[in-house]
Unconditional design. Sequence first.
Length: 169
Amino acid sequence: MDESTDLIGLSYCSRASFPASPQRIGVDPEVNRILVRSRRNNRSREIGGVLHFGNGCFFQYLEGPADEVDSLFATISRDERHHDVRRLTRRAIPRRRFSDWSMKFVAIEAAVDRVLRRHGLGEFDPYAFTPALIDDLVMTVVNGPDHAPEAVPTPVPRPRRSLWQRLFG
C-alpha cells in the first residue's frame, strides 16, 4: 500500500460549542445532525468509526485510508460546533474494524461505564483517555458489551537473594 491508501485509526476529543439538550433519553438534536451528515459523507470516503457524546464532550474514533482520515480530521478541527479539539491517537491499523458502519453512535450506557471504571475513570472525560482505554472502548463497540480486554499477566517479583545465597545456592 502506498502512503495515501494505508489504513489508519485516529481518535480525538473535543468540547461542544452548543449547549447540550436537557433531555435524558435519545440523541441530542445537534449530535443527531452531525451523525446524519457524517454517515452520508463517510461511506463515499471509505471511512468508518464511532462517535460518543457525553458531559458536553465528543470522543470519536475514525478509521480508513490515511489521506481521507487526515483530511476529515482537518475539516473536523475547523468545525464551529466544537472547540478544544485534541488528537489522542493516530496509528497504522492492519484491517478495518468498522467496515459495516460509516459512523456508529454509542450512547452513555453500562458497557461504556464499565470500560471507564476498568481504566480508573468515574465519569466520561475523553481528555483523560489513554491509548489502552481507547482500544478497550473501540473493541467493546465492535465486539459488544461482553467484551473483556485481554488479560495481561502481572509479573511475580522474584525474592531477592543475598550474594552468599547466589554463590552457594
